[in-house]
Design a binder for this molecule. Structure first.
Ligand SMILES: NC(=O)c1ccc[n+]([C@@H]2O[C@H](COP(=O)([O-])OP(=O)(O)OC[C@H]3O[C@@H](n4cnc5c(N)ncnc54)[C@H](OP(=O)(O)O)[C@@H]3O)[C@@H](O)[C@H]2O)c1
Length: 270
């Protein structure tokens, strides 16, 4: 029987690259994101290649919408084998400049979005006796990044969520894997939130990230998609994608220097 993967944030960036790769490998694909137009484009690309795909516009911040997504997918494909929790947003600035709404938007998407899918899928997987959860965290979920405080808070929480789930669910046949990319040249600037001391600070912060993304060594969504594919095939516990390994090692060996460096990179006008 053909395996099915459900991917959140599948209309762009890492989620889209993962959807296209799993489709190439013969999976049925359930695609979720908020905007139906882009989601349908990815769906059409997959069906035109001869694979089956289902687009379900969903805001992962709403448990009702996520539950409806899971029910629709189960009605259509009868089973879901792999969940890729990926929908997320980037947020940057001095911590005092974030509103509580900024904090909620970040935690609701990057953490609650992941909890919602797992909560909706678990009864099905416990009954089925198998399943794979892939949580796309970030190097910001292993190394605390100043000026990315809400983002790094959400990603450290995803790391804890992933590790606790892995230990608890292995005896039920459910495999859990964490994926930790470094900066990736995706479309995240489209929905990223930047805050600052003033308009110039906000502008400079956005420009700094935009310029860094153009550096040749910055990895691509396809690199993360490959890491996710291999992690699912080999039942890996966690994957630090490409250059993220170097960042994690540097932080372990020279934590003080790493934090000093990160502070100076992101501080801008603060
Ligand atoms: N790019 C990086 O540098 C990087 C590095 C490390 C980790 N990551 C992580 O990788 C994941 C994917 O990032 P990306 O760079 O590929 O981002 P991206 O290009 O901005 O794509 C984000 C995807 O998530 C969807 N999305 C956002 N909010 C959503 C919501 N509330 N409900 C449902 N879907 C939502 C977006 O579609 P809609 O707007 O239509 O909903 C889009 O499909 C994120 O978890 C991110 O934190 C990224």
């Amino acid at each position: 029987m053909t395996s099915t993967v459900l991917i959140t944030g599948a209309s762009q960036g890492i989620g889209k690259a993962t959807a296209l790769l799993f489709a190439q490998q013969g999976y049925n694909i359930v695609l979720a994101a908020r905007h139906a137009d882009r989601l349908n484009e990815v769906c059409q690309t997959i069906t035109a290649s001869g694979q089956s795909a289902l687009a379900v516009p969903t805001d992962v911040r709403s448990f009702d919408q996520v539950n409806a997504l899971v029910e629709t997918a189960l009605d259509y494909y009868k089973s879901i084998d792999v969940l890729v929790n990926n929908a997320g947003i980037y947020i940057s600035g001095p911590v005092a400049q974030f509103s509580l709404e900024d904090w909620h938007q970040t935690i609701d998407t990057n953490l609650w979005g992941y909890i919602h899918t797992v909560h909706a899928l678990l009864p099905h997987w416990v009954e089925q006796g198998n399943g794979t959860i892939v949580n796309v965290s970030s190097i910001g979920g292993k190394v605390a990044v100043p000026y990315l405080t809400p983002y790094t808070t959400s990603k450290f929480a995803v790391t804890g969520f992933t590790e606790a789930l892995r230990t608890e669910l292995s005896s039920k046949g459910i495999h859990v894997c964490g994926i930790y990319p470094n900066l990736i040249k995706s479309s995240f600037l489209e929905r990223a939130i930047f805050r600052g001391e003033n308009a110039q600070d906000v502008h400079d912060r956005r420009r700094q990230v935009s310029q860094t993304l153009n550096a040749p060594m910055v990895e691509k969504p396809e690199d993360v998609a490959q890491a996710i594919w291999k992690a699912v095939q080999n039942k890996e516990k966690e994957v630090l994608v490409g250059s993220a390994k170097l960042s994690a090692t540097a932080n372990e060996v020279f934590p003080g220097i790493m934090q000093w460096m990160l502070k100076h990179i992101f501080k801008n006008r603060d």
